[in-house]
Ligand binder design. Structure first.
Ligand code: NAI
Length: 377
């Protein structure tokens, strides 16, 4: 099998998400890394790319050079990953889609709803894949949860409760650290801090498992560290189009919580619980019955969960392999096999609509507001 050619923008040495993309993309031998503009400092990026084995002529100094260089090559990349800071996603993603490349963009896909709608339109027009890295949705046991909901194993979903609350920005004496401060500065982060950073993962997960979309929401935002302009804690109530009641808490000041992402789905005949810190187990309770632990890799899982379980039962599979599952689905999609679990530009746009709506609702003392992107109303 010929390997697909893959390039990355951002994700340079020392970055948070870069290693997960490299481990994920290369895990199954379906992609090879042949191009990159990995750092905002051209020389540093070129040097690192070559140390990763990329040929000198494809170790680019910036994304514009990479676009120009790749566009004209016969062996151009099949997929580019955009793993730069948020404010650059729109421009880079749009330019690569327009030039006919498939893109995997980090979340949040854009900074505004207008930009999100434009990406959806460009992806439709060009026919290229625009995926968004909601990688938690690619854990095998999250796929199992969605398949169980779809199969009616917990009945009609009444309630979904999700948290993405950690404590890593809870130290007020570290609030001025540049790596922390930018996240709460509107000039760098946009209209929302913690909700746009982590809350949208939780909201996407709620939609993903419930197989439904958020219709309206009410939000309460707080900056618990007073110097922060943007929120470091948020609580949302929401309703999905099928009537499911949703609750979401996201925080970066919840000291003692580590990754802090979990979700519970309560249906008429059962409940499910999944947590990112124990990703290989799905907890299932049928109404009136005993609580059961469903393990990744055990027999009888739904096809999507089985397909994406890599190592034998009881061996932990973690974050990079969830990212690898996104790349697996992308490789299939590039080969023409549509995977409906792959998060796309519409999901990225829905998140931006939720962010802008939550900001507006919080400013209006939690008024309920339509959270759907205008183009999907
Ligand atoms: P980071 O600050 O740790 O690293 C950013 C990297 O991008 C650095 O190597 C930097 O030199 C490079 N860079 C910046 N501007 C660039 C440009 N114009 N061209 C090329 N390279 C450039 O940031 P981090 O935490 O890795 O986040 C990157 C993106 O990934 C963000 O959008 C973030 O929201 C997202 N992310 C997603 C996660 C997920 O679970 N899906 C988890 C962590 C981050």
């Amino acid at each position: 099998m010929t390997k697909l050619k893959w390039g990355m923008i951002g994700g340079g040495e020392g970055s948070q998400i870069g290693p997960a993309h490299r481990l994920g993309a290369l895990a199954d031998g379906r992609f090879e890394m042949v191009a990159g503009a990995l750092d905002h400092r051209p020389e540093v990026g070129r040097d690192y790319a070559q140390r990763l084995g990329i040929a000198a002529d494809r170790a680019y100094g910036d994304w514009q050079d990479m676009l120009a260089g790749e566009k004209t090559r016969e062996d151009r990349i099949d997929l580019v990953t955009v793993a730069t800071p948020n404010a650059t996603h729109f421009e880079i993603t749009k330019a690569f889609l327009e030039a006919g490349f498939n893109v995997l963009c980090e979340k949040p896909m854009t900074m505004t709803v207008e930009e999100g709608e434009e990406i959806v339109k460009v992806a439709e027009k060009t026919g290229k894949i625009c995926a968004v890295n909601y990688c938690y949705s690619a854990y095998p046991m999250v796929r199992q949860a969605r398949a169980m909901v779809r199969a009616g194993e917990i009945g009609k979903v009444r309630l979904v409760v999700t948290n993405f609350a950690h404590g890593h920005h809870g130290d007020a004496t570290d609030a001025d650290n540049p790596r922390v401060r930018w996240r709460y500065d509107p000039a760098m982060a946009g209209v929302s801090g913690q909700f746009a950073d982590c809350g949208i993962h939780a909201l996407h997960m709620a939609s993903f498992i419930c197989d439904d979309e958020v219709e309206k929401l009410s939000a309460d935002f707080a900056s618990t560290i007073a110097s922060r302009e943007l929120e470091d804690d948020a609580m949302l109530n929401f309703r999905m189009s099928g009537g499911t009641v949703g609750r979401l808490w996201t925080s970066s000041v919840a000291i003692g919580r580590q990754h802090g992402f979990d979700i519970q789905v309560f249906g008429e005949t059962g409940g499910l619980r999944w947590a990112s810190e124990q990703p290989n187990q799905l907890i299932y309770t049928p109404v009136g019955g005993r609580t059961q632990v469903i393990e990744k890799g055990e027999g009888g899982l739904y096809e999507d969960a089985q397909r994406l379980s890599r190592v034998a039962i009881a061996h932990p599979e973690g974050f990079p392999l969830a990212v690898a599952n996104i790349y697996c689905d992308l490789a299939d999609a590039i080969a023409g096999e549509v995977r409906d679990g792959l998060p796309g530009a519409a999901d990225g746009l829905r998140s931006m609509a939720a962010v802008e709506t939550a900001v507006a609702s919080a400013k209006a003392d939690g008024s309920w507001m339509d959270a759907r992107p205008p183009m999907f109303r």
